[in-house]
Each structure stands twice: as C-alpha cells, then as structure tokens.
Ligand binder design. Structure first.
Ligand code: CAA
Length: 394
C-alpha cells in the first residue's frame, strides 16, 4: 500500500477521451461463420461488435486521435510527462510516445515513455502520472492506452478481439475524478496470457486466465475489506478491466454472496452503464477499464458529484490493482457522450471476407516502401506508410 501524506495535493483525471477505428465486425456474422450459436457471443461472452483496425490506424495513430480533441494549447505546453501504455508495441527500442508527442505538437520539455504490462499498463501509467503531478506543481501528465487485440482467426479468443485508445489528462485539482493516493496491488508471475516477440497474435490459456483474474480481484477486495478501504455502502460504482463484458460480470458476481443485496444491485446497475461502449468496441486491452470509466460517466445519469468509484485493473502475467476515485463537481461538463456514440454509429460494417482480409494485412517487413491511404476521414492522424523500416505518420 502506498503511503502518501494527507496534505498531498489532490490529483486525478482532468480530461478523458477515446478513439476507436471506423470499421467493425458484427459478432452475429462471426458466430455464423464459425458455426457457433450467436447467443454464445452475445450472451455467453457478452459482446455485440468488435472494432477492426485498418493498417493506417496503428496504436500510434489511434493514441494521437484519442488525445487530440481534448487538449488545448495550454495543456500542450504544460504536459511534462507523456506515457503510452500498450502491449501492441511497434518498436523494441523507440517509445511510441515519441511519435505521439510529434503528432500532437507537444512542447519537447517532457518525458516521453512507453509502459508495458499487458492490460495493467495504463493503470501503472495513471498512478505514475499522479505521483508526477503531485511532485511537479503546475505540470500535467498525458496517459494514453492504445492497443489492438489479436488472437487469430478461428481461435477461441477471436471473439474477444478489438482495437482502440483512451487518453487521459492527469492534473492537480482535476475536473472529473480525484484519485485517492492509497491503493492495493499485487504482482505474481502467471502463464495465463502472453505474446512472444516473434508472434503478431497473443497466446492465452483462456479458462485459466479467467480464474486468475477473478482470484486476484477477490484477494484485493478482501484486503481492502480488512483495511476498511472499500465499504460496499460507500461505493457507487465498481469498474473492472473488460476484455469482454462477461469477464467483468464474473468479477462482480464474485461479490454477490459477500455484500448486501441493495449494494450489489446498485453496483450491478452501474456495471451495465460501464459496458455500453465496450460491448460495441471489443477488447482494447489496457484501455478497456478506462473505456468502461468513460462509458459509465457518459451513460449513467444517476451518478452524482462526490460519488466514490472503485476500479479493478488486471493485466495478465499478472498484475492487479484496486484503487478508488471521487467524482468532481461539474464532471459532466467535461464529457461528450453524443460525439462518442455518433462515432460508433457511423462506423462501417465489414463482411467476414473484408474482416479476414484486414486481419491478415501486414506492413512490409523487408525494408521496401509501402504507402497507405487514410481509411478514417474523421481521424486527424494516420500512418501514411513505411519506408526503410520506419513508420511515416501524417
Ligand atoms: N447461449 C448463451 N451462453 C452460451 C452459449 C449459448 N448458446 N454457448 C456458450 N455459452 C456461454 C458458456 O456457458 C460460457 O459461459 P461462462 O463463461 O459463464 O461459463 C461462455 O458462453 C463462453 O463459452 P465457452 O466457455 O465455451 O467459450 P470458449 O471456450 O470458446 O472461450 C474464452 C471463451 C476463454 C473467454 C476465450 O474467448 C478466450 O480465451 N479469450 C481470451 C482470453 C481472455 O480474454 N481472458 C480474460 C482474462 S485475461 C485478461 O483479461 C487479459 C486480457 O485482456 C487478455
């Protein structure tokens, strides 16, 4: 548990936005093509659509597209730390944050780094950013989670793919969510999910990964109870890492017999609001819990300023963290639900053939020049191609 003095500055999420590619696959089409009952995907997995990224929307372009709409010139000048969290890295050496810094036109007097720990990476980024902002008065931190979830065609994990980014500006006296300095976390080497450097697809021990996820949540929840940090009656919502909505639901259900009925009912009702966006986008790995946060804030009109929210972040491999935040006065003024739902509604539906062909498309790996065309006219940033093994962004 982190010890932070009680007179430490108040810090947290001042702005939050997201980007997801403008193509999707309907999971009923996927079910038919794979010989599955559509209800397995719609109810059993709890997903309806999944975003599919074209080659020009890689994790760098998506990250810049998520952050661009929420930053003003003053923010850009004051960002002292830029973190891109991803498990879909494009380079073994150079941080994707450096490309993003360039695309966003940020002041160069900042630290730009990339963080990896599966789906936990963005939470590591948020917590580091909070520490940075506490110790650097006047500076802000930009944390962007950006991933393309790939398990492979005709694999058990295929239905739990997706793509997208969530950007968060971390500042003092934030407008949306104050993050409490005390949190609980666990790191334990586990073989539930991994992606070796030579593979473009992840490997997962699916059922085992579900057990580890729920087990880590249970451990942290019990520890929080022992320390008096998570009284159910004080929690207005509990967010989960959502690789697919059934997974978060399993985490929440593990509380059913342990907390009072009205508390469980309230948390369940809020959980439904937290999965509205994710069900249409799919797994965005490390950004999934933050897409759930955005979804909750933009789709639940019963939450109130001052409400306390718990967040359970899980990254395979495995790291889990349970932390808490409090909604700030006027937080709704910082959100834009209509823009986000319209962007989802405006996406182009893919046929199975188009999806499989996009999935199999790869950038040149032999040093030859490849030019890409922009597939999302509404996105300010895209990957224009590759030349001498170097990605070229516009
Ligand atoms: N109607 C309704 N429900 C149905 C159904 C039907 N006709 N047919 C099946 N179902 C239900 C099943 O009962 C099951 O429900 P429960 O999980 O509640 O038991 C559910 O649909 C899934 O069915 P299966 O168990 O048969 O599914 P599967 O074996 O094909 O695989 C999976 C499911 C393990 C999640 C697989 O998609 C997978 O491996 N995904 C990737 C791994 C993953 O995401 N793990 C999550 C934890 S790790 C993590 O979170 C990190 C990360 O982001 C990767």
């Amino acid at each position: 548990m982190t010890a932070v003095s009680s007179d430490a500055p108040v810090v947290g999420i001042d702005r939050i936005d997201c980007y997801t590619p403008n193509h999707y696959l309907d999971l009923v089409d996927l079910a038919h093509a794979r010989g599955e009952d559509p209800n397995k995907y719609l109810i059993g997995i709890g997903q309806s659509k999944m975003a599919v990224a074209a080659l020009d929307q890689d994790i760098v372009a998506m990250a810049a597209n998520a952050a661009e709409p929420m930053l003003n010139a003053e923010d850009k000048a004051n960002i002292g730390l830029l973190i891109v969290a991803t498990e879909s890295g494009i380079d073994q050496s150079k941080a994707s944050a450096l490309f993003v810094e360039n695309l966003l036109g940020l002041d160069e007097h900042l630290r730009a780094i990339e963080i990896k720990e599966a789906c936990y990476g963005a939470t590591a980024g948020v917590q580091l950013a909070c520490d940075y902002v506490r110790s650097h008065p006047g500076r802000k931190a930009l944390v962007i989670a950006s991933d393309i979830a790939r398990y492979g065609l005709r694999t058990a994990g295929e239905v739990t793919q997706g793509a997208g980014s969530v950007a968060m500006l971390i500042s003092r006296d934030p407008s949306i969510l104050v993050i409490e300095p005390e949190s609980l976390y666990l790191s334990r080497s586990t073989g539930d999910f991994w992606r070796p450097n030579y593979s473009t697809e992840a490997f997962a021990r699916g059922k085992f990964s579900e057990q580890v996820y729920v087990g880590m949540f249970d451990e942290l929840w019990d520890e929080a109870q022992g320390k008096g940090m998570a009284r159910p009656e004080d929690l207005q919502a509990l967010l989960f890492h959502i690789p697919f909505s059934k997974m978060g639901r399993k985490g929440l259900r593990s509380l059913e017999s342990r907390i009072d009925g009205p508390d469980y009912e309230r948390l369940t009702q809020r959980f439904e609001s937290s999965i509205v966006y994710g069900k249409q986008v799919g797994n965005i790995y490390t950004g999934s819990i933050y897409l759930a946060l955005l979804s909750l804030l933009e789709n639940d009109d019963t939450l109130r300023e001052g409400d306390r929210i718990g967040l359970f972040s899980y990254g395979s491999g495995s790291v889990g963290e349970l932390y808490f935040g409090r909604l700030q006065p006027g937080y709704r003024d910082r959100l834009d639900p209509r823009r986000h739902q319209s962007a989802l509604d405006a996406r182009q539906q893919l046929t199975m053939e188009q999806y499989e062909s996009m999935f199999e498309g790869q950038l040149a790996t032999d040093g030859s020049t490849q030019t890409l065309t922009q597939t999302d006219p509404a996105a300010p940033h895209y990957l224009a191609g590759i030349k001498e093994h170097e990605r070229q962004y516009r």
